[in-house]
Ligand binder design. Structure first.
Ligand code: TPP
Ligand code: MG
Length: 340
């Protein structure tokens, strides 16, 4: 019997639908959502409070289904532009937790080799473009990347991520308009978490849904349950198919909730407590786990094993990040200016 063949005992213990494509997608989604939650919890609730993190900390707790469900659809040739609450995009594209932890601690092992201390990072070797801090400034850049891919004959799609507040910025409208007029392959992915810092949705835009902005640009727009990773995956698949086929951009509005303050230094006293309770019941990780167990895609024991493995992976990543040296000040300007 080969080592990969299941024994009778393993078969007896396997979930009924284990081994199906649906089970494989659910397992992958669960792993990446758990990894993002654990890495961000470690950064926000431990390392930041210990003074080991450089810069501000912005997390996507409760929003993990959006970067995971969407990025899992991307192909190698696609280019992704995550926002500050989309850490899982990095993991799905193959960036390790070790390098992300080193990044947040300003170490040489981080993606910016210690030049920045948080999510202002990218890795073009895996098609992830760095965040521009000015909100929505990456939206026209994503449209430009899609145009560049067209010029080069690459059948890739640009994934442009942003929050609800960013859709009220001028850059957003310029980027979306350009993509639509040029019929560029861009999928616009909005995490509508109901707040832009302390400003609730109704005080920053006059329409009810971000998706209502789509028709103004003759662009299909869909409202998605942003706390259901499989719904996000399916909607992204529809959007990407549309864009890759040459039909132009597509807008996804993923409804969700920011389960923290805007950043680690914001206690969010302005958010009515009831909203945290209400949305807490819709936690995307808890929902996926229930779906997996109820649907026979996984056993409770398997889920526990994944959770434990993620904690071990993050323990190792923290240790690795802390062991990575700070950059030598003499190298400050290296890689900042092009050397001819
Ligand atoms: C042009 C600009 N104005 C203000 C800020 C400061 N800022 C950073 S994130 C943020 C809130 C963004 O809200 P939203 O787009 O809904 O994203 P969320 O943080 O809710 O994910 C603000 C005001 C900024 N980075 N850029
Ligand atoms: Mg928001």
């Amino acid at each position: 019997m080969s080592a990969v063949q299941a024994t009778g005992a393993e078969l007896h213990n396997a979930a009924p639908a284990a081994g199906t494509p649906e089970a494989a997608l659910a397992h992958k989604s669960l792993y990446y959502m758990l990894l993002m939650r654990e890495v961000e919890d470690r950064i926000e609730r431990k390392l930041y409070r210990q003074g080991k993190v450089l810069g501000g900390v912005y997390v996507g707790r409760g929003q993990e289904a959006i970067p995971v469900g969407s990025a899992l659809v991307a192909r190698a040739e696609d280019v992704l532009f995550p926002s500050h609450r989309d850490m899982a995009v990095f993991f799905v594209r193959g960036v390790s937790a070790r390098r992300v932890l080193a990044q947040y601690m300003g170490r040489l092992g981080g993606l910016t080799r210690g030049r920045d201390g948080n999510m202002h990072m990218g890795d073009m070797s895996v098609g992830v473009c760095s965040i521009i801090s000015a909100l929505a400034a990456t939206v026209p850049v994503a449209a430009g990347a899609a145009l560049a891919m067209r010029y080069k004959g690459i059948n890739g799609v640009a994934f442009s991520y942003f929050g609800d507040g960013s859709t009220s910025r001028g850059d957003w409208h310029e980027g979306v308009n350009f993509a639509s007029v040029q019929k560029l392959p861009v999928v616009f992915i909005c995490n509508n978490n109901q707040y832009a810092y302390s400003t609730p949705l109704n005080l920053q835009m006059a329409c009810t849904n971000v998706a209502d902005r789509g028709p103004a640009y003759n662009m299909p727009a869909e409202i998605v349950d942003g706390n259901d990773v499989l719904a996000v995956y399916q909607a992204t698949q529809r959007a990407v198919d549309h864009a890759r086929a040459g039909n132009g951009p597509y807008l996804l509005e993923c409804k969700t909730f920011r389960m923290t303050g805007h950043s680690a230094h914001d206690p969010a006293h302005y958010v009515p407590k009831g909203l945290f309770e209400e949305w807490g019941k819709l936690d995307p990780i808890v929902r996926l786990q229930k779906h997996m167990v109820d649907g026979g895609l996984a056993l409770e024991s398997e889920i526990e094993e994944v959770r434990a493995a993620v904690v071990r992976e993050v323990d190792d990543a923290v240790e690795w990040g802390e062991a990575s040296p700070h950059p030598d000040p003499a190298t400050l300007l290296d890689d900042v200016y092009e050397t001819l």
